[in-house]
Design a protein around this ligand. Structure first.
Ligand code: IPM
Ligand code: MG
Length: 370
């Protein structure tokens, strides 16, 4: 049985609650002889700030680099609204992405038929939806320099962020998108704002050239980011793989989340390049939702995005596609049986807690593995 090092960063708010459900599932896979997970835990976000005065300690950064995969919960909350910008909770997540070079963020938006009614859109628009948003994660306006507020000396200040992309950054995220499309419905929609941004002109140019040169058998479409936002809520099933930059990907993936019924349903994987020597790649798995401070500690959070993120870890980091499939099927079965957390309640008369939902998925997995 393989042994894998998992580094857990539950973070703030509902992070620890949803992570606890994944810990149980990981422990079960060990008992079942699928894989042994060595789990270590660290601090990130506000909880790291409280302990160390920064959003992640150097020790925890080192552990994250040494792990086979990092599982990340969520960060932030009103308690840390006033902390200095450089050590705000989100800085921990951004440092992990940058220092681990996790340039490819995969955000699958899948609508389980059982909860299609929880979406704010009509059932026929979202039922059976299966799209993959591939978001560039280490470049663009998130990290571009200069990034500052300067004093103009006349009572005015100027806030500056820099949107910047190099050819290689666009090519490598493009390859991730095209490779994924080949295993899916063979279509990529690339999105930018080339009508107003130079970085968008380059994005479009590089994607088109890459397509022509390396992936002519895949269908490539381009849509401006604003139009794509509109199409996502108009007729989302037209999409297979969407590839876009860091900022547009952030926004469009929140939109896509609501197509699936709730932000509490969307998992994600952030991947680095494959090391040609070892065949392994750095990876971090996190739900798309945030720390939801308003419901933290109440057992009301939906753990499925976190559990789904662990399923992605099984698939993309550990080569355990069968276990990943069983876990996903377990989640679908539990939803089909009518179990609902508050966020996906729909017409349900009763809702279950975070741990009841986690336990039900574990039971479903248990049944599938015996
Ligand atoms: C996300 C989040 C993060 C982002 C925040 C927490 C920094 O919104 O992962 O989508 O903007 O990337
Ligand atoms: Mg976001």
């Amino acid at each position: 049985m393989p042994t894998k090092k998992l580094f857990l960063l539950p973070g703030d708010g509902i992070g620890p609650e949803v992570m606890a459900e994944v810990e149980k599932i990981a422990a079960f896979l060990g008992e079942a002889g699928v894989a042994h997970f060595e789990m270590e835990k660290g601090l990130v976000g506000g909880s790291a700030y409280d302990a160390h005065g920064k959003a992640i300690s150097e020790g925890d950064m080192a552990l994250a680099k040494a792990a086979d995969a990092v599982l990340f919960g969520a960060v932030g909350g009103p308690k840390w609204d006033g902390v200095p910008y450089d050590v705000r909770p989100e800085a921990g997540l951004l440092r992990l992405r940058k220092d681990l070079e996790l340039f490819a963020n995969l955000r699958p938006a899948v609508c389980f038929p059982a909860i299609a009614d929880a979406s704010s859109l009509k059932r026929e628009i979202v039922e059976g939806l299966d799209i993959m948003i591939v978001r560039e994660l280490t470049g663009g306006v998130y990290f571009g320099e200069p990034k500052e507020i300067i004093d103009l000396g006349n009572g005015q200040k100027r806030g500056i962020d820099t949107q910047v992309y190099d050819t290689y950054e666009i090519e490598r995220i493009g390859r991730v998108a095209f490779d994924l499309a080949k295993q899916r419905s063979n279509k990529v929609t690339s999105s930018d704002k080339r009508n107003v941004m130079k970085s968008g002109v380059l994005w479009h140019e590089v994607m088109s050239a890459l397509h022509k040169r390396e992936y002519p058998e895949v269908t490539l479409e381009h849509q401006l980011a604003d139009a794509l936002g509109m199409q996502l809520v108009r007729w989302p099933k037209q999409f297979d793989v969407i590839v876009t930059d860091n900022l547009f990907g952030d926004m469009l993936s929140d939109v896509a989340a609501m197509l699936t019924g709730s932000l509490g349903m969307l998992p994600s994987a952030s991947l680095g390049d494959t090391d040609p020597k070892t065949g392994t790649r750095r990876a971090l798995y996190e739900p798309v939702h945030g720390s939801a401070p308003d419901i933290a500690g109440k057992g009301r959070a939906n753990p499925l995005a976190m559990i789904g993120s662990f399923a992605m870890a099984l698939r993309y980091s550990f080569g355990l596609a069968a276990a990943a499939e069983q876990l996903s099927r377990g989640m679908a079965d539990v939803l089909a049986s009518g179990l609902r957390t508050a966020d996906i309640r729909g017409d349900a008369t009763s809702v279950v807690s975070t741990s009841e939902m986690g336990e039900a998925v574990l039971q479903a997995l248990r049944k599938a593995t015996v």
